[in-house]
Design a protein around this ligand. Structure first.
Ligand code: HEM
Length: 473
């Protein structure tokens, strides 16, 4: 009887709102958790097939239950682009509860309406090209420091190195020199990792769960940032994203703004930007090194491009340091980055929520349901990418100039929430690859297995033996 009642309420929970309208086909899995374990288990293998299996059974749009919520999954680029473009209309941001709690409801990715627009204005302005131009040397200094230290390490753990590099880069961009390498920086990085692990965990606050660990890590990060970093005097010409953001939001004078709300918003915004700004770039650098190591022809073309840039600098009597114009010459490097992102998509799903019943391609997307865009799936679809599992940067070279014929590329999302850090990420990864392929030869130690949840990972962190290269003029 108890089981029957439970099952009845479970069925009613997603049937009532859509009575008489047709939901997409699909499978709702187990009570409460739905297909969450099936999805996570699949993403933790080196060849995730959850999405492809469901598409075979149900088509390009299907229903399921993930992370405890009712979802309509979109796997076709046109559907996804429509959903992302309608953000703020009949669809709003809809990340799962654990994600909201861990990063904070007031972070950019979780906020909506006027507050999101104001936060977004600040972000886009802070990360615009003219500003990035002036940060090239800051990012390059960090890369040189990191790569120089490799001479004393054998083997080098690429995961650890790229994580600390990407963290230092975002820390310098947002907070300037007040968060340089050292114990505070190390402790913060570790806590950001714990936060990341809890983003899509089951939201149960019991000691030792990933969710609880993430919330505790979040509290420690805020405490350390405020006590040991932003309260320190700000060196002249240094960045202070924390104070600037708070002042920007104060100036916007949005209804309901109190000092308490401003502080909470600033914390959430800071945590969200720091997290989004380093874990994604770090795993892209990591997988780029893996793919390049496995493809000597890619390495040779990259080396040719970057040695060419160095030679051009010398002939022109220029400095040995890179500038924005050098970065703009790294065409093949951009294809390598796009191809790495295509294969290992740091953000596999973009989460939205319907604010009203939506009729979509003959189906109803009921109010309150999550609308989940399967970004990763698009990049692995043979309909758009020939031999999709093959690492082939040249495929981005062949892209037609005609926009309509371009294969869909959604690694940075789309619509009004398109990643505001995309240019910074590309800059960082390009400069890293420049110095890596011109300064070192390396061999893989091997034995790594890839997995993709919550972010792409390699089981041993990609260990390599490095040897200093000598550049011949
Ligand atoms: C390879 C690196 C990166 C990838 C693949 C990536 C991917 C994405 C994607 C797919 C979204 C859209 C999510 C959605 O629509 O739900 C997004 C949003 C966002 N990204 Fe990135 N990102 C990267 C680097 C960065 C960096 C370096 C920063 C910060 C400096 C950053 C900050 C953000 C923020 C704040 C948002 C939310 C924007 C909004 O809600 O308006 N990302 N990113």
């Amino acid at each position: 009887m108890l089981l029957f009642t439970f099952f009845f309420f479970f069925l009613m929970s997603y049937q009532l709102s859509t009575w008489g309208q047709q939901l997409p086909p699909g499978s709702m899995g187990l009570p409460l958790i739905g297909e969450t374990l099936y999805y996570i288990r699949s993403m933790k293998t080196s060849k995730p097939t959850f999405m492809a299996d469901h598409r075979k059974k149900f088509g390009d749009i299907f229903k399921t239950k993930l992370m405890g919520t009712l979802c309509i999954i979109m796997t076709k680029p046109d559907f996804i682009k429509w959903v992302l473009a309608h953000d703020g209309k009949e669809i709003i941001t809809g990340y799962p509860k654990s994600f909201k709690n861990v990063i904070g409801g007031d972070s950019t990715l979780n906020s909506v309406g006027a507050r999101w627009k104001s936060a977004r204005k600040f972000l886009v302005n802070s990360l615009r090209t003219e500003r990035l131009r002036t940060r090239v040397s800051v990012v390059e200094d960090l890369i040189l420091e990191c790569l120089d230290s490799w001479q004393n390490k054998d083997p080098v753990n690429v995961r650890e190195e790229t994580k600390s590099l990407a963290f230092n880069a975002i820390a310098q961009i947002l907070l300037g020199s007040r968060l340089q390498s050292g114990p505070i920086n190390d402790a913060l990085r570790k806590d950001f990792f714990l936060m990341c692990e809890g983003l899509f965990a089951i939201p149960i606050k019991l000691p030792g769960t990933k969710f609880s660990n993430a919330l505790q890590a979040r509290a420690r990060i805020i405490e350390k940032l405020e006590r040991d970093v932003v309260s320190k005097p700000q060196p002249e010409n240094d960045e202070d994203y924390y104070a600037d953001y708070m002042e920007h939001m104060r100036q916007e004078s949005l209804p309901g703004t109190t000092e308490e709300k401003l502080l909470e918003e600033t914390r959430c915004h800071m945590l969200g930007t720091m997290l989004a700004g380093h874990e994604t770039a770090a795993c892209t650098m990591l997988f780029a090194v893996k793919y390049i190591s496995e493809h000597p022809n890619v390495l040779a073309e990259l080396q040719a491009e970057h040695e060419g840039i160095i030679r051009a600098c010398k002939i022109g009597g220029g400095e040995s340091r890179l500038n924005w114009d050098d970065y703009r010459k790294m065409h093949f490097t951009q294809h390598v980055i796009s191809e790495t992102l295509r294969l290992c998509n740091p953000i596999s799903l973009a989460w939205r929520q319907a604010v009203e019943d939506i009729s979509f391609h003959g189906y109803v997307v009921p109010k309150g349901w999550k609308v989940v865009c399967a970004l990763r799936e698009v990049h692995h679809d043979p309909a758009y990418y020939e031999n999709p599992e093959q690492f082939n940067p040249w495929r981005h070279d062949n892209e037609s100039d005609n926009r309509a014929n371009k294969p869909p590329f959604l690694a940075f999302g789309g619509g009004p929430r398109y990643c505001p850090g995309a240019d910074l990420a590309r800059l960082e990864i390009s400069l890293f690859l420049h110095h890596l392929v011109t300064k070192y030869d390396w061999e893989l130690c091997g034995g790594d297995k890839a997995s993709y949840f919550p972010l792409p990972k390699l089981s041993k962190g990609l260990q390599i033996h490095v040897h200093k290269r000598v550049l011949v003029d």
